[in-house]
Design a protein around this ligand. Sequence first.
Ligand code: KIV
Ligand code: ZN
Length: 388
Amino acid sequence: MTNQVKIFDTTLRDGEQALPASLSGKEKLRIALALERLGVDIIEAGFPVSSPGDFESVRSIAREVKNATVCGLARAVPADIEACAKALNVADHFRIHTFIATSEIHVGAKLRKSQDEVVDMAVAAVELARNATDDVEFSCEDAGRTHIDYLCRMVEAAIDAGASTVNIPDTVGYTTPTEFGGIISQLFNRVPNIDKAIISVHCHNDLGLAVANSLAAIEAGARQVECTVNGIGERAGNCSLEEIAMILKTRQDMLGLTTGIDTTEISRTSKLVSQLCNMPVQANKAIVGANAFSHSSGIHQDGVLKAQNTYEIMTPESVGINKNNLNLTSRSGRHVIKHRLSELGYKTSDYDLEAVYTAFLKLADAKGTVYDYDLEALLFFDQQKHEA
Ligand code: KIV
Ligand code: ZN
């Protein structure tokens, strides 16, 4: 089995469908080009049948993007698949992603069909999509709540019909990592033709487990992860691209897996998506939050000034951030004050560290964060005291 994990980005489809206001075609193209630069393998550009605007933006992305496979989503019905093929056929190579629900609750209450009818629809959809491209992905919607016997049957049928990727979504973010990894292991053990397709996973974050479930699936043999920048998506969102990419990079020692992601592009791609989607990123969000490379306690600040990896398991540069941030607060110690003053151009002979530190603590207790201009003002008063 390959050690390369494909990154399938669905920011422009699952991510975009959850935004209060849609992105314009121009904005979608900007994001697609940023994703191409980031090194994702597949860009799910939209759902062409859903609106003329989405059709056009999928088409323009398929025309412009050269270094990633552009993909469109289609329900398992001919009109969707035909619209997808029409939108994408300007690209040399493209993927059609067709899906149908497989869980008892979706098959019975939503589709109102028998399990046999749903298998027939899936097979017909994959076969129709194969007339347009040899790159067909099939998804078993709500696979996380699908009985394993039926899931195995569906995966086998989709591969026999010509799907080269079979996606196992945890559509409602219901499973736990051991459970979801177990589903993937069972597919590998029970589906006879499983090695003819790449097994993909698509996890939602309703219980905050999208990344953990995706990782468990990778450990069980999945080799494609569907994710979005900043984890945006339906309800609590999707597996976060930056988190899964940095897990695979940072823990390559343990996992032995790689991706094609240029991680130094992560920060600027995250900012672009946040800005265009009008979706702020929480400060303590892993990898891309404002505090992800900030240190506040004196013990931690002293540690990173002595050796960065005391409190940083990855460097800010590795995700495209210039440097870490040492917040000056009442938890800060003398070491970081001296360090910051030296960065600001002051020599130790320019000030009395003890006096400046005492004044700094007083200010920090009153104010919270002390900024560089506050520190320089303290220095100025200290110098005036000396001169008086
Ligand atoms: O969450 C889901 O099941 C989906 C499918 C269309 C892949 O988004
Ligand atoms: Zn989804």
